[in-house]
Design a protein around this ligand. Structure first.
Ligand SMILES: Cc1cc2nc3c(=O)[nH]c(=O)nc-3n(C[C@H](O)[C@H](O)[C@H](O)COP(=O)(O)OP(=O)(O)OC[C@H]3O[C@@H](n4cnc5c(N)ncnc54)[C@H](O)[C@@H]3O)c2cc1C
Length: 286
């Protein structure tokens, strides 16, 4: 089925409960090709023009779930939500960016989904279309945490993201040169109106992690009305704070026994997270 509207797509799913929506197919078809998935039928979302662009609404952008990574990477989109554009540019090789979509990235909810830490830092929400024209809204983080899953027949229509009009960054470390999945990633978003810094670390846990105490601590150091720079020591301390929050030391045993040391790979990951968070904040404040 290739419906032309969101509501027609929802109706198609209601008519064929065993059908699965497919957008760019970059995740889904990989599952089909490997034999992991055998959908009884597919409902293609590629012809639904209403979810392939974005519109402005009350200081927010309503982003269509069908926006491709390639489209989000373009300069006009980067001017709106720079960190989301940077994450889209980092997501896979060009063939994947041309087909892969924002909605697919979210619903796949892979550990290494590049848009996910950005959406977590933005505190973005999903607008979900359901039967009989119903729409409901839920934070992206609730879906990623499994607290509020998509119900049968529902389709993600839009992502509501705040327009903060302030610098923001997305940085990603991979194990190779050129496109690759994230070993760790960091999104840093400044919100001058709320005088807050929001940071989310991707790929080190099943969903992006928000180091809330580190965010509050560093926001209290920033001169929001003047030069927003921070001393290198403060940036480095922020990186360490974030990294320790995301990859903590093992807890001591119940009998007070010395905790085991972190394995070298975890120590390396912690250093990577520290560098990404420090650089991300430094670039946002520069
Ligand atoms: C070679 C390769 C490299 C990759 N590299 C990266 C990378 O570096 N970073 C990264 O983040 N990702 C990467 N990916 C993964 C993939 O490209 C992204 O996750 C992409 O955003 C998925 O979008 P899609 O439209 O192709 O999703 P699809 O494959 O069409 O769908 C994925 C899942 O989401 C569901 N779905 C899709 N849209 C909706 C919707 N609107 N409502 C409800 N359910 C929906 C589908 O039913 C399916 O379960 C890579 C993939 C490949 C093949």
């Amino acid at each position: 089925m290739l419906p032309n509207t969101l509501d027609d797509a929802v109706s198609a799913l209601a008519a064929m409960p065993a059908a699965v929506p497919v957008a760019g197919g970059t995740d889904l078809m990989a599952g089909v090709n490997s034999g992991e998935l055998r959908p009884a039928a597919l409902v293609g979302l590629g012809r639904i023009s209403e979810i392939r662009g974005w519109e402005y609404l009350d200081g927010h952008a309503l982003l269509g779930a069908g926006l491709t990574h390639a489209r989000m990477g373009r300069p006009d989109f980067a001017a709106l939500i720079p960190a989301l554009a940077a994450s889209a540019r980092a997501a896979g090789p060009p063939q994947v960016r041309n087909a892969g979509t924002l909605g697919g990235n979210i619903v796949s909810a892979a550990l290494t989904g590049d848009t996910l830490p950005v959406l977590a830092a933005l505190e973005a929400t999903l607008v979900i279309a359901g039967p009989d024209g119903a729409r409901r809204e839920t934070p992206v983080s609730h879906l990623l945490a499994g607290m509020d899953m998509l119900r049968p027949g529902e389709i993600v229509g839009y992502v509501r993201a705040p327009l903060l009009h302030a610098p923001q960054t997305f940085l990603k470390a991979t194990g190779r040169t050129g496109p690759g999945r994230a070993l760790a990633s960091a999104a840093v978003v400044l919100d001058p109106a709320r005088r807050s810094v929001r940071c989310a670390i991707g790929a080190v846990a099943p969903m992006p992690l928000r180091p809330l105490e580190a965010e509050r601590w560093v926001a209290s150091l920033i001169d929001w009305d003047g030069q927003r720079g921070l001393a290198p020591e403060a940036l480095a301390a922020f990186g360490e704070y974030v990294a320790m929050a995301c990859i903590p030391d093992p807890a001591p045993g119940e009998d007070g026994a010395q905790p085991p040391e972190l394995p070298p790979a975890a120590l390396h990951l912690r250093r990577t997270v520290s560098v990404l968070a420090r650089r991300g904040l430094g670039r946002s404040l520069a």
